[in-house]
Design a protein around this ligand. Structure first.
Ligand code: AMP
Ligand code: ZN
Length: 133
């Protein structure tokens, strides 16, 4: 556990939370500042600051768990869709530096904003980015 990490404390049960699911490696809780009804967070119990620090095996299990919990939320809350959001770095909107995945149920007429204005892909960018791989 990382010192003074609130999600370490929540994931490991040191701070109480509205827990939807728990196993040896993960805790899934309700977000205290929900974007929509049913907004949940998947937290690994072992600290990793972000996706880049997360072990591959945990990353794989987190996505399988996201699928399972998202299904229950969607059906149980009669949501019309679900956004799976995962922020890394301040620039990307990360505010708690313990890896987590957001499950945000979406409803046809909601006003949640998980959106951007589409740009255009230049030839120069395309070639430079393709050359990274
Ligand atoms: P992010 O901006 O991706 O780092 O997301 C952090 C999320 O954690 C936000 O949606 C907050 O509402 C949520 N959050 C912060 N503190 C708590 C807490 N103590 N319990 C539940 N959710 C929290
Ligand atoms: Zn932590």
């Amino acid at each position: 556990m990382e010192n003074n990490c609130i999600f370490c404390k929540i994931a490991n049960g040191e701070i109480p939370s509205a827990t939807l699911y728990e196993d040896e490696e993960f805790r899934v809780i309700l977000d205290l500042g929900p974007a929509s009804r049913g907004h949940a967070l998947i937290l690994p119990k072992k600290h990793a600051s972000d996706l880049f620090e997360l072990p591959d095996e945990t990353a794989g299990k987190a996505m399988v768990l996201a699928k399972k919990i998202a299904g229950t939320l969607k059906e149980g809350l009669k949501a019309d869709g679900i956004n799976v959001v995962q922020n890394n770095g301040t620039a990307a909107g990360q505010t708690v530096f313990h890896f987590h995945m957001h499950l945000i149920p979406r409803y046809q007429k909601d006003t949640v904003q998980v959106t951007w204005t589409p740009g255009t892909l230049s030839e120069e960018d395309k070639n430079e980015i393709l050359s990274l791989f």
